[in-house]
Design a protein around this ligand. Sequence first.
Ligand SMILES: Nc1nc2c(ncn2[C@@H]2O[C@H](COP(=O)(O)OP(=O)(O)O)[C@@H](O)[C@H]2O)c(=O)[nH]1
Ligand SMILES: [Mg+2]
Length: 230
Amino acid sequence: MLSRTAVVIPALNEERSIGKVLGEIPEPFSRRVVVADNGSKDNTVAVARGAGATVVHEPQLGYGAACLRALEHLKDDPPEVVLFIDGDFSDYPSEMPEVAAPLLRGEADLVIGSRVLGNREKGALLPQARFGNILATFLMRVIYRTRFTDLGPFRGITWEALERIRMEDRDFGWTVEMQIKAAKHNLRSTEVPVSYRKRIGKSKVSGTVRGTFLAGKKILWLIFREAFSR
Ligand SMILES: Nc1nc2c(ncn2[C@@H]2O[C@H](COP(=O)(O)OP(=O)(O)O)[C@@H](O)[C@H]2O)c(=O)[nH]1
Ligand SMILES: [Mg+2]
Protein backbone atom coordinates (compact mmCIF):
# COMPACT_ATOMS: atom_id res chain seq x y z
CA MET A 1 0.00 0.00 0.00
CA LEU A 2 1.25 3.45 -0.83
CA SER A 3 1.98 5.73 2.07
CA ARG A 4 -0.36 8.65 2.73
CA THR A 5 2.67 10.89 2.81
CA ALA A 6 5.58 11.83 0.60
CA VAL A 7 8.84 13.42 1.71
CA VAL A 8 10.56 16.11 -0.39
CA ILE A 9 14.25 16.92 0.16
CA PRO A 10 15.91 19.74 -1.79
CA ALA A 11 19.59 18.92 -1.97
CA LEU A 12 22.56 20.56 -3.58
CA ASN A 13 25.95 18.94 -3.09
CA GLU A 14 25.06 17.10 0.11
CA GLU A 15 26.84 13.79 -0.49
CA ARG A 16 28.06 13.59 3.10
CA SER A 17 24.68 14.13 4.71
CA ILE A 18 21.94 12.99 2.34
CA GLY A 19 22.51 9.31 3.09
CA LYS A 20 22.17 9.94 6.81
CA VAL A 21 18.96 11.92 6.33
CA LEU A 22 17.47 9.18 4.14
CA GLY A 23 18.66 6.44 6.48
CA GLU A 24 16.89 7.97 9.45
CA ILE A 25 13.49 8.57 7.88
CA PRO A 26 11.12 6.31 9.80
CA GLU A 27 8.41 4.08 8.38
CA PRO A 28 5.96 4.74 6.79
CA PHE A 29 7.44 8.06 5.65
CA SER A 30 10.47 6.35 4.08
CA ARG A 31 8.26 4.62 1.53
CA ARG A 32 8.00 7.65 -0.72
CA VAL A 33 10.91 10.07 -0.74
CA VAL A 34 11.82 12.50 -3.51
CA VAL A 35 15.21 14.18 -3.55
CA ALA A 36 15.17 17.36 -5.63
CA ASP A 37 18.60 17.90 -7.07
CA ASN A 38 19.86 21.02 -8.83
CA GLY A 39 22.80 19.55 -10.66
CA SER A 40 24.92 18.52 -7.69
CA LYS A 41 28.56 18.20 -8.69
CA ASP A 42 29.30 15.57 -6.06
CA ASN A 43 27.82 12.13 -5.37
CA THR A 44 24.50 13.36 -3.95
CA VAL A 45 22.43 11.76 -6.68
CA ALA A 46 24.11 8.35 -6.47
CA VAL A 47 23.96 8.29 -2.68
CA ALA A 48 20.27 9.27 -2.71
CA ARG A 49 19.40 6.60 -5.27
CA GLY A 50 21.40 4.04 -3.35
CA ALA A 51 19.39 4.84 -0.24
CA GLY A 52 16.16 4.18 -2.12
CA ALA A 53 15.00 7.72 -2.88
CA THR A 54 13.58 8.90 -6.16
CA VAL A 55 15.74 11.70 -7.57
CA VAL A 56 14.27 14.44 -9.74
CA HIS A 57 16.37 17.05 -11.50
CA GLU A 58 15.70 20.75 -11.77
CA PRO A 59 18.08 22.59 -14.10
CA GLN A 60 17.40 26.04 -12.67
CA LEU A 61 19.17 26.65 -9.37
CA GLY A 62 17.05 27.51 -6.37
CA TYR A 63 15.51 25.96 -3.28
CA GLY A 64 11.95 26.73 -4.41
CA ALA A 65 12.57 25.61 -7.98
CA ALA A 66 13.76 22.26 -6.67
CA CYS A 67 10.73 21.88 -4.39
CA LEU A 68 8.36 22.78 -7.24
CA ARG A 69 9.97 20.14 -9.45
CA ALA A 70 9.44 17.51 -6.76
CA LEU A 71 5.77 18.48 -6.39
CA GLU A 72 5.38 18.28 -10.15
CA HIS A 73 6.68 14.73 -9.95
CA LEU A 74 4.19 13.82 -7.20
CA LYS A 75 1.24 15.32 -9.06
CA ASP A 76 0.39 12.17 -11.02
CA ASP A 77 -0.39 10.27 -7.84
CA PRO A 78 -0.59 12.90 -5.11
CA PRO A 79 -0.09 11.96 -1.45
CA GLU A 80 -2.39 13.35 1.23
CA VAL A 81 0.48 15.07 2.99
CA VAL A 82 3.89 16.34 1.88
CA LEU A 83 6.74 16.68 4.36
CA PHE A 84 9.73 18.87 3.54
CA ILE A 85 13.12 18.41 5.17
CA ASP A 86 16.59 19.67 4.28
CA GLY A 87 19.32 17.39 3.02
CA ASP A 88 22.04 18.66 5.36
CA PHE A 89 21.14 16.55 8.43
CA SER A 90 20.41 19.63 10.56
CA ASP A 91 16.87 18.43 11.18
CA TYR A 92 15.98 15.12 12.79
CA PRO A 93 14.09 12.84 10.39
CA SER A 94 13.05 10.76 13.42
CA GLU A 95 10.71 13.63 14.35
CA MET A 96 8.57 13.18 11.24
CA PRO A 97 5.73 11.48 13.10
CA GLU A 98 5.30 14.57 15.31
CA VAL A 99 5.36 16.97 12.34
CA ALA A 100 2.91 14.89 10.33
CA ALA A 101 0.49 14.02 13.14
CA PRO A 102 -1.73 17.13 13.10
CA LEU A 103 -2.03 16.84 9.32
CA LEU A 104 -2.83 13.13 9.28
CA ARG A 105 -5.40 13.63 12.04
CA GLY A 106 -7.05 16.30 9.90
CA GLU A 107 -6.43 18.97 12.54
CA ALA A 108 -4.14 21.23 10.53
CA ASP A 109 -3.36 22.15 6.93
CA LEU A 110 0.19 23.34 7.54
CA VAL A 111 2.63 22.35 10.29
CA ILE A 112 5.89 24.21 10.76
CA GLY A 113 8.66 22.49 12.67
CA SER A 114 9.83 25.27 14.96
CA ARG A 115 13.50 25.20 15.87
CA VAL A 116 12.88 28.11 18.21
CA LEU A 117 10.46 26.06 20.32
CA GLY A 118 12.61 22.93 20.14
CA ASN A 119 16.07 21.83 21.24
CA ARG A 120 18.79 23.61 19.36
CA GLU A 121 22.42 22.64 19.44
CA LYS A 122 24.40 25.74 20.35
CA GLY A 123 25.49 27.52 17.18
CA ALA A 124 23.23 25.49 14.88
CA LEU A 125 20.91 28.40 14.12
CA LEU A 126 23.26 31.19 13.10
CA PRO A 127 22.71 34.67 14.61
CA GLN A 128 21.67 36.10 11.24
CA ALA A 129 19.09 33.32 10.81
CA ARG A 130 17.82 33.92 14.35
CA PHE A 131 17.54 37.66 13.72
CA GLY A 132 15.84 37.13 10.36
CA ASN A 133 13.36 34.78 11.97
CA ILE A 134 12.48 37.23 14.72
CA LEU A 135 11.99 40.08 12.27
CA ALA A 136 10.02 38.04 9.72
CA THR A 137 7.74 36.35 12.24
CA PHE A 138 7.12 39.71 13.94
CA LEU A 139 6.13 41.36 10.65
CA MET A 140 3.92 38.40 9.75
CA ARG A 141 2.27 38.61 13.15
CA VAL A 142 1.44 42.28 12.62
CA ILE A 143 0.41 42.06 8.97
CA TYR A 144 -1.16 38.61 8.71
CA ARG A 145 -2.03 37.86 12.34
CA THR A 146 0.01 34.66 12.27
CA ARG A 147 1.71 33.19 15.32
CA PHE A 148 4.74 31.52 13.77
CA THR A 149 8.04 31.52 15.63
CA ASP A 150 10.18 30.16 12.81
CA LEU A 151 10.55 29.85 9.03
CA GLY A 152 12.12 26.43 9.43
CA PRO A 153 12.57 24.11 6.47
CA PHE A 154 11.22 21.02 8.25
CA ARG A 155 7.45 21.20 7.75
CA GLY A 156 4.40 19.43 6.44
CA ILE A 157 1.40 20.49 4.40
CA THR A 158 -1.62 18.74 2.96
CA TRP A 159 -1.85 18.30 -0.79
CA GLU A 160 -5.20 20.07 -0.71
CA ALA A 161 -3.60 23.10 0.91
CA LEU A 162 -0.78 23.09 -1.65
CA GLU A 163 -3.34 23.17 -4.44
CA ARG A 164 -5.07 26.13 -2.87
CA ILE A 165 -2.03 28.27 -2.20
CA ARG A 166 -0.27 27.68 -5.54
CA MET A 167 3.34 28.03 -4.50
CA GLU A 168 5.53 29.90 -6.95
CA ASP A 169 8.69 31.19 -5.30
CA ARG A 170 11.72 29.62 -6.93
CA ASP A 171 14.41 30.42 -4.39
CA PHE A 172 14.74 31.75 -0.86
CA GLY A 173 11.15 32.88 -0.45
CA TRP A 174 9.77 29.36 -0.51
CA THR A 175 9.31 28.88 3.24
CA VAL A 176 7.84 32.29 4.03
CA GLU A 177 5.58 32.24 0.97
CA MET A 178 3.99 29.01 2.18
CA GLN A 179 3.29 30.49 5.60
CA ILE A 180 1.93 33.80 4.32
CA LYS A 181 -0.30 32.19 1.72
CA ALA A 182 -1.62 29.71 4.27
CA ALA A 183 -2.65 32.69 6.40
CA LYS A 184 -4.21 34.55 3.47
CA HIS A 185 -6.24 31.46 2.56
CA ASN A 186 -7.36 31.04 6.16
CA LEU A 187 -5.76 27.63 6.39
CA ARG A 188 -5.14 26.06 9.77
CA SER A 189 -1.46 26.46 10.61
CA THR A 190 0.29 25.19 13.67
CA GLU A 191 3.82 24.61 14.93
CA VAL A 192 5.48 21.70 16.63
CA PRO A 193 8.89 21.94 18.31
CA VAL A 194 11.70 20.29 16.36
CA SER A 195 15.34 19.73 17.21
CA TYR A 196 18.16 21.28 15.22
CA ARG A 197 21.87 20.61 15.05
CA LYS A 198 24.85 21.94 13.15
CA ARG A 199 24.78 20.83 9.53
CA ILE A 200 27.25 18.45 7.92
CA GLY A 201 29.20 20.25 5.18
CA LYS A 202 28.99 23.87 4.11
CA SER A 203 25.94 26.11 4.31
CA LYS A 204 24.72 27.64 1.06
CA VAL A 205 22.25 30.07 2.53
CA SER A 206 22.46 31.48 6.05
CA GLY A 207 26.12 30.60 6.40
CA THR A 208 27.20 32.79 3.49
CA VAL A 209 27.05 36.56 3.16
CA ARG A 210 25.46 36.31 -0.27
CA GLY A 211 22.87 33.73 0.82
CA THR A 212 21.95 35.70 3.93
CA PHE A 213 21.57 38.93 1.98
CA LEU A 214 19.56 37.41 -0.85
CA ALA A 215 17.35 35.39 1.48
CA GLY A 216 16.72 38.35 3.79
CA LYS A 217 15.86 40.60 0.89
CA LYS A 218 13.53 38.07 -0.70
CA ILE A 219 11.76 37.22 2.55
CA LEU A 220 11.08 40.87 3.41
CA TRP A 221 10.00 41.61 -0.14
CA LEU A 222 7.49 38.75 -0.07
CA ILE A 223 6.09 39.77 3.30
CA PHE A 224 5.31 43.25 1.94
CA ARG A 225 4.32 42.24 -1.59
CA GLU A 226 1.81 39.68 -0.37
CA ALA A 227 0.24 42.30 1.87
CA PHE A 228 -0.80 44.24 -1.21
CA SER A 229 -2.00 41.40 -3.42
CA ARG A 230 -5.09 39.30 -2.98
N1 LIG B 1 18.05 21.65 -4.87
C1 LIG B 1 18.57 22.69 -4.23
N2 LIG B 1 18.80 22.59 -2.93
C2 LIG B 1 19.35 23.65 -2.32
C3 LIG B 1 19.68 24.85 -2.97
N3 LIG B 1 20.22 25.70 -2.06
C4 LIG B 1 20.20 25.03 -0.90
N4 LIG B 1 19.69 23.80 -1.07
C5 LIG B 1 19.45 22.78 -0.06
O1 LIG B 1 18.60 23.37 0.88
C6 LIG B 1 18.96 22.98 2.18
C7 LIG B 1 19.28 24.22 3.01
O2 LIG B 1 20.48 24.81 2.56
P1 LIG B 1 21.65 25.12 3.58
O3 LIG B 1 22.91 25.27 2.80
O4 LIG B 1 21.66 24.09 4.65
O5 LIG B 1 21.23 26.52 4.15
P2 LIG B 1 21.18 26.92 5.70
O6 LIG B 1 20.29 25.96 6.37
O7 LIG B 1 20.72 28.34 5.72
O8 LIG B 1 22.60 26.80 6.18
C8 LIG B 1 20.10 21.98 2.02
O9 LIG B 1 19.53 20.69 1.99
C9 LIG B 1 20.68 22.34 0.68
O10 LIG B 1 21.30 21.25 0.05
C10 LIG B 1 19.41 24.93 -4.36
O11 LIG B 1 19.67 25.93 -5.04
N5 LIG B 1 18.87 23.82 -4.93
MG1 LIG C 1 20.84 23.99 6.64
